[in-house]
Write a protein that binds this ligand. Structure first.
Ligand code: FE2
Length: 279
């Protein structure tokens, strides 16, 4: 980040606990591969964003795939995304939990790639898995997917430019906002970040029109009358939906997958559609 931090010992400890838990849980749930609860039925949410440059454009935002094993529900997600006819697909990290998930994730991504260009960044579990960033980058290249890890790219549209910035995971303090391009007329800048605490780091000079993120899983288990209790570090209390700070707007998507237990309660997986409308 522009306020760049050294990785603290709690962050290092969290990363090693995440790494150590990943494989035993994968082996445990491999014994009952078809058992999942509350994950089969995704919800499509629609978000409108006013901006003249991209008016008439539509994107699909998905996050927190956690695909260790491809299943029929992933086919249904691809089908829904295809029916939404997006101009772009944005993914904000947590592709998998363990390295065994790599071929399954890219089987999913290459189908999305046939629908629209895919832009994505990485989350904490992608790092916990031990898969090197260079391997994600090489596979993304091979599948013609744009992986942005503290990088940005410019897309030319009929009415102006869309700058897509992808920062590495803010919850592990790996995001570096120096990759945000400077403000320009006729440009819309979208920031992809895994964790909602990115909103605590953006500053007034960062020319960012919209931030998309995930990480919270919407709480994963929601019990009415009880405050959300499953929220990983890096959410800063932001469970889902819209949040603002200064002139910056952030959308927290509940995501499609699970961590620790293949179980969601009162918290449907989400596919978010972002539709730009005129000012
Ligand atoms: Fe996640």
């Amino acid at each position: 980040m522009s306020k760049r931090r050294k990785v603290s010992w709690p962050d290092r400890m969290r990363a090693s606990i995440g790494y150590c838990l990943g494989h035993p849980l994968y082996r445990l749930f491999s014994l009952i591969p078809d058992w999942e609860f509350g994950l089969a039925d995704h919800e499509v949410t629609r978000q409108a964003h006013r901006h003249g440059v991209l008016a008439g454009c539509r994107a699909v935002h998905i996050t927190d795939l956690h695909i260790d094993r491809y299943s029929p529900r992933h086919d249904r997600i691809v089908q829904t995304v295809g029916e939404l006819r997006p101009d772009w697909i944005f993914i904000t990290g947590d592709l998998l939990n363990v390295p065994e998930g790599v071929p399954h994730v890219f089987r999913f991504l290459e189908q999305l790639r046939t629908i629209a260009p895919v832009y994505m960044t990485l989350g904490n579990h992608d790092h916990y898995s031990g898969v090197p960033v260079a391997q994600y980058a090489e596979l993304a290249d091979r599948h013609k997917i744009t992986l942005l890890v503290n990088q940005s790219t410019i897309i030319e549209t009929e009415r102006g430019e869309l700058a897509v910035v992808g920062v590495d995971d803010p919850s592990l303090h790996r995001a570096d906002l120096r990759c945000v391009p400077t403000r320009a007329n006729g440009r819309f800048t979208l920031l992809l970040a895994h964790a909602p605490n990115i909103l605590d780091y953006v500053e007034a000079h960062h020319a960012i029109d919209l931030i998309l993120c995930g990480h919270s899983h919407g709480g994963q288990w929601r019990v009415s009358g009880i405050p959300t209790f499953w929220l990983p570090p890096g959410c800063s209390g932001r469970v889902d939906g819209w949040h603002e700070s200064g002139q910056h707007r952030l959308y927290v998507n509940r995501g499609l997958g699970w961590s620790f237990l293949p179980f969601r309660w009162n918290c449907r997986p989400e596919i978010a559609v972002i539709e730009w409308i005129g000012e």
